[in-house]
Design a protein around this ligand. Structure first.
Ligand SMILES: [Zn+2]
Ligand SMILES: [Zn+2]
Length: 232
């Protein structure tokens, strides 16, 4: 796992092109879990900072996609960890899906249907369902900002004190440019633009993505430019 410290006590871990984040305070909190098979790398990292996987008390999920929830079952084995996700990503595979039509059709093929549980969290996998607007006692107050579009229940996690936001896949950074989530794997592109507008109202300096390197320069200006590119 490639690791980097974002601000003191907040680490980005990258494996298979997907990021997850560790917040090391009195307890350990994860934001996302990476692809299936990431738990070994997570434990090794946690040991390196002098902590243990048993200290992971909660996992906050940015959205219900397999590359972000993939290691939930493995991590559950270490500890009685609380899984926290937005309710709109748990409403049901067919009625309020977190995958667009094409991918859902694929997961109905009998073979893939059986492994579906590795692709999505079901409501009973989750201990706390979010509505949006909640705040966690992390980083001096970490706020849940609902940012639908990539999936109905995509959330950003905003830490005002550090001017830091975790956006999951609600935004992407590719070839150094800030972009909307990829259309192929997103459920509502109109909502995705509105969500970027919501982010631009926040006082921000650092953006952490579900994929790619964090952005430390001109985060706010880049968000405004992206909104302008997409019709203001
Ligand atoms: Zn992703
Ligand atoms: Zn995604």
């Amino acid at each position: 796992m490639v690791t980097r410290e974002i601000v003191p006590g907040v680490y980005q871990l990258t494996s298979g092109g997907t990021n997850l984040f560790v917040i090391a305070e009195k307890e350990l909190t994860l934001i996302d879990t990476g692809l299936p098979g990431s738990s070994t790398g997570i434990s090794a990292f946690v040991r390196r900072i002098g902590r243990s996987v048993e200290e992971i008390s909660s996992i906050i999920i940015t959205h219900n996609h397999f590359d972000h929830i993939g290691s939930v079952p493995e991590l559950r084995r270490f500890n009685d960890v609380k899984i926290i996700a937005h309710r709109a990503d748990l409403a049901g595979f067919d009625t309020a899906p977190s995958y667009p039509q094409g991918i859902r059709r694929l997961l109905r093929i009998p073979f893939l249907h059986r492994v579906r549980r590795r692709f999505v969290l079901e409501p009973d996998d989750v201990n706390i369902q979010l509505e949006g607007g909640e705040a966690f006692e992390l980083l001096g107050g970490l706020r849940v900002v609902p940012t639908p579009g990539h999936t109905p229940g995509s959330i950003c996690l905003y830490a005002p004190r550090q001017k830091l936001i975790f956006v999951g896949d609600a935004l992407q950074r590719r070839r150094k440019k800030l972009r909307l989530p990829a259309k192929m794997v997103s459920t509502d592109m109109v909502a995705a633009v509105d969500s970027v507008k919501k982010m631009a109202e926040l006082d921000l300096e650092i953006i952490c993505f579900g994929h790619g390197k964090p952005l430390f320069e001109d985060a706010h200006g880049r968000l405004l430019a992206l909104i302008e590119c997409n019709g203001g």
